[in-house]
Design a protein around this ligand. Sequence first.
Ligand code: BGC
Length: 736
Amino acid sequence: MRRSRFILTLSVLVCSVSLYAGTPVYKDAGAPVEQRVEDLLQRMTLREKILQISQGFIGTNDNPNNVMDNFKNFPPETGSLIYYSNTSELGNMLQKEAVEGTRLGIPILFGYDAIHGFITEFPIPLAQAASFNPELAARANEICAGECYDAGVHWTFSPMVDIARDPRWGRVMEGYGEDPYLASRFAEAVVKAYQGDDPSQPGRILSCLKHYVGYGASEAGRDYTAVDISRQTLWDTYLPPFKAGVEAGALTLMGAFNTLNGIPASANHYTLTDVLKEKWNFEGFVVSDWGSVEQLVNQRAAADLKEAAEKSINAGMDMDMCDNVFIDNLEELVQEGKVSVATIDEAVRRVLRVKFRSGLFENPYRDVKDADSVVSEQKFALAQELAQESMVLLKNDGVLPLSADSDIALIGPIAEDKDIVLGGWRSHSDSKHSVSIREALEGEFPGGRILYSEGCDVAGSGTDNENPYGHIRDEAHDYDYSHAVRTARKSDVVVLCLGEGKFWTGENKTRASISLPDDQIALFDKLCKLGKKVVVVVEAGRPLDLTPIESRASAILYIWSPGHRGGPAVAGILSGRYNPSGRLPMTFPYGIGQVPIYYNHRASCRYSPWGDYIDGTPMAPLYDFGYGLSYSTFKYSEITLDGLTAKVSVTNTSDRDGKETVLWFVSDPSCSIARPVKELKYFEKKLIKAGETVEFVFNMDKVRDLGYVDPEGNEFFEGGAFIISAGDESLNFEMY
Ligand code: BGC
């Protein structure tokens, strides 16, 4: 405490001297960041400060002749702009206005949603989670950072680390699924991939953990709804990935839209200040989500916009995204004594700190590069590797891999698609760079024949594949499937590519049904009747209800939205050139009636773990979290435990090399605050060559892995009995 007061006094002293000496400390790249911040802060007027904690956007009209119109709404002193262009040309023009045309020359921070790529499109984050390979995902996100950097985007609104347990919610595609540990590992990896060790280095950008917090618990998957979760569940489930991301160095967070137990996340002192800034010592800043400050009025938490501004900034919101509520109201609120200058200073300080740390003052412009010039085969090769690792083989009766000389009837609306596969929340990716499944299969099976038929539209005859609403509830159309049937008859095997339409997942893309469209199921039915083996490839941004096809399909490969190189990844798996290794990051329900369903629920008071349905719906889900098949077979040894070190040896008993992910779960049968039935505590993915045995080790920490958290976030270890499991093996032990 005393030390920080001393540093502050020293900074003010240094700054005051420099104010008069005419060499602003804040412009001195060699001066410590905190001194630069204080120096700049004391030079700013209240108006400049308020603009600095406001964010605008550059609209779709980026015609250079009209671009300066933007400053009518958001002057060049504005702290940040959402930047929609794919090259730095426009940004450089705006930046020049800020750096050279304003009194203090503070550069603008350009932000953008680069969620799973910028020009090169990688699999969606939910798919990345299915790879259980955060290191590989990190390499993809480093590429994304580099492409953003080149385009003058300094800051991506990613990673999204909202835990999602309801596949009806459209935004499940943006996050890492239902498990807090899995999401935490990805949060860390992706933050580091964007920011590196030093975000001011070329090719690095700022990350933003979002949406803080609880957004994923939207009721029944309806976007933007109120959220009620207990403090216990908040600490058990929703906060851990944010904590992990902050510890990994994330310099920004985005507030969530939802109210959390009656208090909007954008005005929630407990989460924004008590937890984030005080308990976790977060030094960066929090930006609101688009319009979420003005929406406090809709949420009945503020009487008008002025009160919304007051509540939000006083709770700890540092930057206001796009709704002008800070710009329009803070000056008056200061005059009225409802918001203190010290509160505004603290928000400005955080924004400036991040700007200095990211090197923006020293490096405000970017060389202009043409978007097409940044793509490369090397980047696409990584996109393919990640797509391969993320695809999940859900069923295989032995039909896969297909023999090299197969005559394949390739059928279905996704087979030739180059656009849907890019997924929701895509960036500036162009489908001209995609390789379709059809193109890839033709190259993959030169010895066989690929016979193609579209079968049906993705969303049904004559409907718009961008708009899923309405028709998917209709009866199947009277579609003419005869071409598809004739094509199938001429083949050895059918590969049927089904899935969701374009933008059926993402923000505000809630579905009441999570089925495949009726026409696609009707097509499947027709083909099954031919008595051929039907391999179903499913493209989707969420878990779908696969029960209508599960029992009759010979194989099911779930490919998510795989990005530019989804086609070759599918082809490689079907031919056996690549051995599938993805695992489910979300539980797949046995029908919509089971939703929400997730593996790490608390125990029932009766023994049946899933409760009972009297209408015949099974109690267990269709596929568990962590489920996924390989072409190899793996045998686990018994688990051994030495102190806190658990080991298991895994043997590849097949004649094919394959990657295996060992998931270590812990259960605590009795605890002061009941723990979920089991919790993932560690995972590791390794290549195991045919016939070889590889040892997997999990070094436990008592508090982290065997302990529990209370509703205030305090962590405890309580000695007693525990169970650890990996694969089908489990071990009961006691620890004190
Ligand atoms: C979304 C955010 C996104 C922001 C900026 C909002 O509507 O909820 O996730 O980052 O827009 O595009």
